[in-house]
Ligand binder design. Structure first.
Ligand code: ADP
Ligand code: MG
Length: 209
């Protein structure tokens, strides 16, 4: 796996596309256990991301990710805006000056990003949030990287695991965010943020060659 700045921009474009296509589905998930805005929030955010990257494409991966972060922070409402904003902002810090990354370089970006989300949102695995997908995906990538797998193979595994972890959020009682107000009634529904995180990992996986 080798992702240069152009490829990074194109992967962000793939993520924007899937979020746009799935915005109704993501909002339907949120309708069941929240306020029904997750997909529309995210689609508005990634629309701004696309616009901002056209205006200022960025000279390296760090700059691209920073533009993504700022656009999400200012355009996605709700809990997920600042959380995804933080994910990309921390990742951008770790990617500062990098024009090309492989799997081993990607891992610290995701790690820093997740640490930022957890510092801000205080969620751990098992509370029915995006963290339930992001943390296992990171661990899977780390394990496969250490075992010497290619980026493509590692992402294929991470995508599969992320899909399972997203499905598993159905069985979990929400402990964080709006869905936590529902208590037991949050059980039986996929967490919308877990679903959007899965979509991002799947988009990266599909884009790798
Ligand atoms: P809101 O709940 O404010 O309407 P969204 O609907 O856009 O915001 O996003 C909801 C998603 O945000 C949830 O499905 C969950 O994955 C994620 N989320 C909420 N609170 C937290 C938290 N403290 N830590 C991590 N993720 C969270
Ligand atoms: Mg919501």
């Amino acid at each position: 796996m080798s992702v240069n700045t152009d490829k990074a921009r194109s992967i962000i474009g793939d993520i924007a596309k899937v979020i746009e296509e799935q915005k109704q589905y993501l909002s339907d998930l949120d309708q069941a256990i929240g306020d029904g805005d997750h997909g529309f929030n995210m689609a508005r955010g990634f629309e701004a991301v696309t616009r901002k990257l056209e205006e200022a494409p960025g000279a390296d991966i760090g700059e691209v990710l920073k533009t993504v972060a700022m656009a999400l922070i200012s355009n996605v409402g709700g809990a997920s805006g600042p959380l995804y904003g933080t994910l990309f902002l921390k990742a951008s810090g770790a990617a500062k000056g990098l024009a090309e990354i492989g799997l081993a370089d990607f891992i610290p970006l995701l790690k820093e990003g997740i640490a930022g989300v957890q510092a801000r949102g205080k969620a751990v695995v098992g509370e029915k949030t995006m963290i339930d997908v992001l943390v296992p995906a990171l661990e899977s990538l780390e394990k496969d990287c250490a075992a010497g797998l290619s980026g493509k193979a590692a992402f294929a595994n991470a995508e599969k695991l992320a899909a399972q972890c997203m499905e598993k959020t159905k069985d979990i009682l929400a402990k964080k965010g709006r869905a936590s107000y529902l208590g037991e009634r949050s059980i039986g529904h996929i967490d919308p943020g877990a679903a959007s995180s899965y979509m991002m990992i799947a988009a990266i996986s599909k884009a790798l060659d």
